[in-house]
Design a protein around this ligand. Structure first.
Ligand code: C5P
Length: 262
């Protein structure tokens, strides 16, 4: 397979670390049940607006205390001082990654980065969370973007915002798999790309048009894939996660010396 990507050295080396499962449920007990069943097959759990609004920081602390990595997906977007304070609190919770809207502007994104060491007791070391920018919501089509004053179509806006996020000190972006290639080309090999909108090859035909398979997303340049319902609503979520990791593996070249197993 000529277009397989070599695993960049900066990335974690366990295969399961590249899969993020979205805990999109409204109750802490359901979220913890899913995490318990998936802990040995998945590297990171995503806590989004629904679960965070329902269960709060307690749930995040509980997952972190159990040794889970958490992507806190709250898509922060506010004045810089408010985002800085929220970023500080996200870092204090010990999350692995969190995100802000890149359209909040350079000063807001810089403020998010500044808040991180404040929440880690002044240390900006290896344990700090990755700060990601959300470029353009995948739910927005070209006509929606024009309506809110974004000229030039989605791909131009995504690339522009990804570059701005990088210049503002963010570690990477959350983006559609269809945009990963353009972002990778614009922002280089070190910039982290997290892609939702993933469907296993077997499910792609009957699902949304803008989804991509795990292998296609990795080939396009994604580092981490966010998957929700194909795993959380499967009869056997751990088996569904293992099947997706197998699909990802087909597109990634792992250095045998670095890989500890799935
Ligand atoms: O569709 P699925 O259940 O896999 O979605 C998992 C997560 O990815 C959701 O939490 C949703 O916020 C996000 N998502 C997205 N853009 C899409 C599809 C899903 O941001 N096109």
């Amino acid at each position: 397979m000529s277009n397989r990507r070599r695993l960049p050295a900066r990335l974690p080396d366990r295969q399961r670390d590249h899969l993020i499962v979205a805990l999109d449920v409204p109750r802490a007990d359901a979220a913890l049940g899913l995490a318990n069943g998936l802990r040995n097959s998945v590297g990171t759990f995503k806590v989004g607006l629904e679960l965070f609004t329902a269960a709060g920081p307690w749930l995040v602390e509980r997952l972190v205390a159990q040794g889970d990595r958490v992507f806190l997906d709250l898509k922060l977007h506010d004045i810089p001082s408010t985002v800085r304070a929220a970023a500080r609190e996200a870092a204090r919770l010990g999350v692995f990654m969190f995100d802000v809207h890149a359209s909040g502007g350079r000063e807001m994104m810089e403020a998010a980065r500044e808040g991180v060491p404040e929440g880690r007791g002044g240390s900006a070391g290896a344990q700090r969370p990755l700060v990601l920018g959300v470029t353009i919501l995948t739910s927005l089509a070209a006509a929606d973007l024009a309506e809110i004053g974004f000229a030039g179509g989605p791909e131009a806006a995504v690339t522009r915002l990804a570059r701005l996020a990088q210049q503002s000190g963010l570690d990477g972006v959350v983006a559609s798999p269809w945009e990963a290639k353009a972002i990778r080309a614009a922002c280089g090999p070190e910039f982290v790309i997290v892609t939702p909108g993933i469907r296993p090859a077997s499910a792609l035909a009957q699902d949304q048009a803008r989804a991509a398979t795990p292998a296609a997303a990795i080939e396009a340049g994604a580092d981490y894939l966010v998957v929700g319902r194909p795993i959380t609503q499967a009869p056997d979520p751990a088996a569904a996660a293992a099947a997706i990791i197998a699909e990802m593996q087909r597109a990634l070249v792992y250095d045998g010396a670095r890989v500890e197993g799935p």
